[in-house]
Ligand binder design. Structure first.
Ligand code: S3P
Length: 175
């Protein structure tokens, strides 16, 4: 398996687990948001503010195609990545997709503390954020659940989740 994609809502732990998995597998770690920022020499927040979400989604799609040419990589995607264009098919066709599933309650707690650099939620009150999570996750779940592996990441212990994932990745159906 040359490419592993971590997908899931903002705050689901894609970057933390992606880095851990990459280290264990001796793969290169790529954070798609950082890759977009580097390639376009602009922060995600600035892309949203100056060009709008549609332009960001186009960029994200192009950059996803680019990273799909890399080998032996663990790629943590943005929360919206699988839900636009044919991005989920692209990922399923070029590697193994893992969906980090989190309950709305845990997402709310995590995102309340991590809104600042996320343009879609940075100005939301707690009540609005809770509604946004509920509504957006309901729309996105049908894309996320197309992943080959779905794992619950509500627990606080990333080491345990990482080990579980490693054994799932190495089952014959996924190699
Ligand atoms: C987004 C999630 C962000 C980033 C952008 C849009 C989304 O990535 O791509 O702000 O639509 O859910 P993270 O999931 O890494 O926060």
């Amino acid at each position: 398996m040359k490419r592993i994609f971590l997908i899931g809502f903002m705050g689901s732990g894609k970057t933390t687990l992606g880095k851990m998995l990459a280290e264990k597998l001796t793969y290169t770690f790529i954070d798609l948001d950082h890759y977009i920022e580097k390639r376009n020499a602009k922060k995600i927040a600035a892309i949203f503010a100056e060009s709008g979400e549609d332009a960001f989604r186009e960029m994200e799609h192009k950059m996803l195609i680019e990273v799909c040419s890399f080998e032996n990589v663990v790629i943590s995607t943005g929360g919206g990545t699988p839900c636009y264009f044919d991005n989920i098919e692209i990922m399923n066709n070029s590697g193994l997709c893992i969906y980090l599933k989190i309950s709305n309650e845990v997402l709310l707690k995590r995102l309340q503390k991590a809104k600042e650099f996320r343009p879609l939620i940075k100005d939301k009150s707690d009540t609005d954020l809770a509604c946004f999570i509920y509504e957006t996750l309901s729309k996105r779940e049908k894309y996320y659940t197309q992943a080959s592996i779905i794992i619950n990441n509500d627990e606080e212990n990333p080491d345990e989740i990482c080990n579980k994932l490693l054994s799932l990745i190495h089952t014959p159906a996924n190699i």
